[in-house]
Design a protein around this ligand. Structure first.
Ligand SMILES: [Fe+2]
Length: 233
């Protein structure tokens, strides 16, 4: 089945070149974008089934255990994926990746002098249910330094990648935590327009919090339209 989409609302999105976020200067396009009408392949795919996702893929506290439990503050992140008409987007794949509690990724490019956790991979995925809901268990990611400018630190964040109902609604973004003092200093977060960037901050919820187990956060993601969740630059 094909679908039509309203164009992206660029007022919700960061500029493609945001000089305070240094790497955008070299990678951002310097000339106007050329609109390409979506073809059938962008409007119909990809299609994923629940059967392609494993039972533990959504649980980063358990999906990489080798000799014990991962260290850090356990969290539960849940919410809904919505289309530009406000309707839930069911059966869509969500992938996340993040640093461990010490602010370190398992990646050759990450040479931050902080410990790796042998029981934490920092990657997971799930598929939304019929109401567009998703649910991840994880460990609260630590802040980490990067070399954008002197003494630059990324706020605690989780990377999200979503396909929506087709390639045309693909969204790659980051989820932040409320009250983080690094947000006002972070050029990636600040790159999104005021009034839109706040949509990337999850809400703490005592109702979602699981007693004796994990703090709960709610993060709804809107793929298109006036209240779309900003992409990362
Ligand atoms: Fe990151």
């Amino acid at each position: 089945m094909t679908a039509t989409y309203t164009p992206r609302d660029w007022n919700s999105q960061p500029p493609l070149v945001f000089p305070a976020y240094r790497s955008t200067i070299r990678r951002g396009p310097s000339r106007p974008l050329v609109p390409i009408p979506p073809s059938l392949s962008e409007l119909t795919g990809p299609v994923y089934g629940h059967e392609s996702v494993g039972d533990l893929d959504h649980d980063l506290t358990r999906n990489a255990i080798r000799n014990g439990e991962p260290l850090g503050e356990r969290i539960l992140v849940t919410g809904r994926v919505l289309g530009d008409d406000g309707r839930p987007v069911p059966d869509t794949l969500i992938e996340i990746w993040q640093a461990n509690a010490a602010g370190r990724y398992i990646h050759v490019a990450d040479q931050h002098d902080a410990p790796l956790d042998p029981n934490f991979l920092g990657a997971g995925r799930c598929v939304t249910d019929a109401e567009g809901r998703y649910r991840f268990y994880s460990i609260k990611p630590g802040a980490y330094p990067w070399r954008n400018h002197p003494n630059a630190w990324r706020p605690n964040h989780i990377h999200f990648s979503l396909f929506g109902s087709s390639f045309a609604t693909r969204l790659v973004t980051q989820m932040y935590f409320p009250g983080d003092p690094l947000l006002e200093l972070d050029p990636i977060y600040q790159g999104a327009p005021e009034g839109a960037r706040e949509r990337m901050i999850a809400r703490f919820s005592i109702d979602v919090t699981e007693p004796e187990f994990a703090l709960g956060y709610v993060f709804d993601i809107v793929l298109r339209g006036r209240v779309a969740t900003p992409m990362e630059t």
